[in-house]
Design a protein around this ligand. Sequence first.
Ligand SMILES: Nc1c(/N=C/[C@@H](O)[C@H](O)[C@H](O)COP(=O)(O)O)[nH]c(=O)[nH]c1=O
Ligand SMILES: [Zn+2]
Length: 361
Amino acid sequence: MTKEEYMNIALTLAKSTIGQTSPNPSVGAVVVKDGRIVGMGSHLRAGLAHAEVIAIEQAGDDAIGADVYVTLEPCSHHGKTPPCADLLIEHQVKRVYIACVDPNPSVAGEGIKKLKQAGIEVEVGIREAEALAINKSFFFYMQHKRPYVTLKAAMTLDGKTATKTGDSKWITGEAARKDVHKQRAIHDAIMVGVNTVQQDNPQLTTRLPQGGKNPIRIILDTQLSINQASNVLQDKEAPTWIVCGSKVNVEAFANAFPHITVLQQSTPTIRLPELLDKLGELDIQSLYVEGGSTVHGSFVKENLFQACHWYIAPTLLGGIDAKTVVGGRSPENMIDATQLTIASMEQIGSDIKVIAYPKQE
Ligand SMILES: Nc1c(/N=C/[C@@H](O)[C@H](O)[C@H](O)COP(=O)(O)O)[nH]c(=O)[nH]c1=O
Ligand SMILES: [Zn+2]
């Protein structure tokens, strides 16, 4: 096989653990000796062995003189496990192919330097774009100490998310909604505004036939006005964090709901930049914002999102009084619209899924 084909295997191993390795990156490694795969591994969960450790252990003596394919530059710092760069040197591998280096300036290139100093051949950049995409939340978080924010909305073809009475069940079909649950499973946290809770009483859990992790549920509720019979408060299916303003007396609520985390802001209203910093401190690396339109409006207006996942159904609802996707106030002119780049469009069941990223300034 070619080096790209071996790297593809390592990338598949990395992709298979997206969402379960947080706060670590998802990494895959393959060891090849004389044209045979003699070891392969994924980092399965934070605190467990790194991908290279698993693959090298499997290779045993075959690691000597072998080629190693790894999707992220081998670590060179002592974390919970010894550095992988040292391990590869110790096991006298011959060549290391690396898909991408860690963009985090404090570690970038350290592992490669160690390998080269030990006389190991290193080639960087095989299938780099794919490798960077796998850990885009991790890299963003390491750089900004804030979660990578994905706005998710489901809408009709004429851009409505609910009827004037708030009814939205359902806009998109089974297949698209299943795709949403796959996204929930790989996100550290999911966020909605209290209006969505009052209107839909959502569970915000991951409900897939094959299972999947539940994200932490974050509810923006400035006045702590949430209906106390809500699923997110009662069902104990997943952690729920309520964000409220400084003017609210949280004591009674905290006593009534000891299992709920209340993140009280230092300001009367919720300021998203400060909240995102706080979520970063709490190790939230990826945040899936399911709306509603007021919340989406704030994230768009303040340009605090990194991706949009728009699910569009082949229906027309009509009505200037139906709910719109992105709320808040309209800018004066089109020139003030937020410019995006469409990254992908795909049909899922009878719906379309559009992924778009804000244009970099
Ligand atoms: N109305 C729709 C959605 N609606 C999204 C939110 O408004 C819902 O409250 C939330 O997904 C409910 O979460 P649950 O209780 O965990 O199922 N989202 C979708 O993708 N398609 C829709 O047609
Ligand atoms: Zn490592």
